[in-house]
Design a protein around this ligand. Structure first.
Ligand SMILES: *Cc1c(COP(=O)(O)O)cnc(C)c1O
Length: 366
């Protein structure tokens, strides 16, 4: 697939020394080191009010200059995506469902009054960066190259209206296992805060949603928990999602529930993929409302056997314990469950090229 723009390549004049890179790739952590290059594409509105993408570049990773009046710094016109590239056993490099990220990026762009990026250009930009930094795949077990495409409003203007200039960027960060010790079951705190209200930006992947989740998350940490759970804004009763992961509930009768996409939940690509895999495993899958009270009751009766969170960064994370101001309850044994492990193993095997891709999810780079 060829994008309509051609990319200018400005190779890094002083790339990271091989031994420094090797040390990073053996122990990458998450999100704290970056590769030698990044992608940048500009958008501006011309005199006739028609916008266009131009100046596509693969350039050395580094700081960007912004006017202090750039609208992103004042009114938070910012959206992002997160996806991973994998080095398959046959040596090829592959992305997992990048077209789905491209579509979601444009849905977020619409909600934040930002210009859409042609889907093939979004994917091409990511591929260009992965090719430029192909020596940055972690050597550690379970590693991947995490890609972060994002868009910011760069116009210098303090009036409140959609900006007329934007910058789309892609950066890459070698990633190990998100949870250092594999995936232990996490403890989650049910927040009194809300993440998203009907009509708000809950379904858009925008930085503002994350800014609003930091205080609730800090509160969860302070109380000794690993993650924060948000309930719906209207009744404070229905389970929505964690700060950055969707939730699933598994029952002893073979059914699996995840909250329906009501507009206040981020439509996760991991969530969507797991729905498909769970159906193939013969589970009765449904997207519906599920309340905290029901969750507590089902955990107590033994009807509910497992719960897990999912998202690109950590893939699948078992939930062991849930707490709110009234007390806490344990899910199953409190440790990682069988179904959770099975779904995680199947999804990661497909992503890593260790199991055939029957769904057209894996996009191998040429
Ligand atoms: C990104 C994100 C997810 C997970 O989406 P994936 O596509 O599976 O990575 C879930 N919830 C929120 C709030 C997110 O921002």
């Amino acid at each position: 697939m060829s994008a309509s723009l051609s990319f200018t390549h400005l190779p890094h004049p002083a790339p990271t020394a091989a031994e420094v890179r090797a040390a990073v790739l053996a122990n990458p952590g998450f999100g704290s080191t970056f590769t030698d290059h990044m992608v940048s594409i500009e958008w501006s509105e011309d005199a006739n009010g028609i916008g266009g993408w131009h100046d596509a570049q693969v350039l050395p990773y580094g700081p960007i200059a912004l006017d202090p009046a750039a609208s992103v710094l004042h009114y938070a016109q910012e959206i992002f995506e997160g996806l991973k590239a994998y080095r398959h056993p046959d040596g090829s490099m592959a992305l997992f469902r990048p077209d789905a990220n491209a579509r979601r990026f444009n849905a977020s762009a619409q909600r934040l009054a930002m210009p859409e990026l042609p889907e093939d250009l979004f994917v091409e930009a990511i591929q260009q960066l992965v090719r430029a930094d192909k020596d940055w795949f972690p050597t550690v077990e379970g590693g991947s190259l995490y890609l972060r495409p994002f868009m910011i409003a760069t116009e210098a203007f303090l009036g409140v209206r959609p900006a007329k200039q934007y910058k789309f960027l892609v950066i890459a960060s070698p990633a190990g296992n998100y949870f250092k010790s594999g995936a232990p079951a996490v403890s989650i705190w049910v927040s009194d805060y809300t993440r998203a209200a009907p009509g708000g930006t809950g379904a858009a992947k925008c930085g503002g949603n994350y800014a609003a989740s930091l205080v609730p998350t800090a509160e969860a940490f302070a109380l000794g928990h690993d993650q924060v759970l948000f309930l719906d804004a209207a009744e404070h009763k229905w389970i929505e999602e964690l700060g950055g992961m969707n939730l699933f509930f598994a029952f002893e009768d073979g059914s699996l529930i995840t909250p329906a996409l009501t507009g206040t939940i981020l439509p996760g690509i991991t969530r969507d993929s797991l729905l498909t895999l769970a159906r193939e495993e013969g589970l009765t899958v449904s997207e519906e409302r599920y309340s905290l009270d029901q969750w507590r009751a089902d955990a107590a009766s033994g009807k509910l056997i497992e719960a897990f969170a999912c998202g690109t960064a950590a893939v699948v994370t078992p939930v062991g314990k849930v707490a709110d101001r009234s007390g806490e309850f344990t899910i199953g044994t409190g440790g990682p469950g069988q179904l959770t492990g099975k779904l995680k193993a199947r999804l990661t095997a497909i992503q890593r090229g260790e199991e055939p891709d029957a769904h057209g999810w894996v996009s191998v780079l040429d």
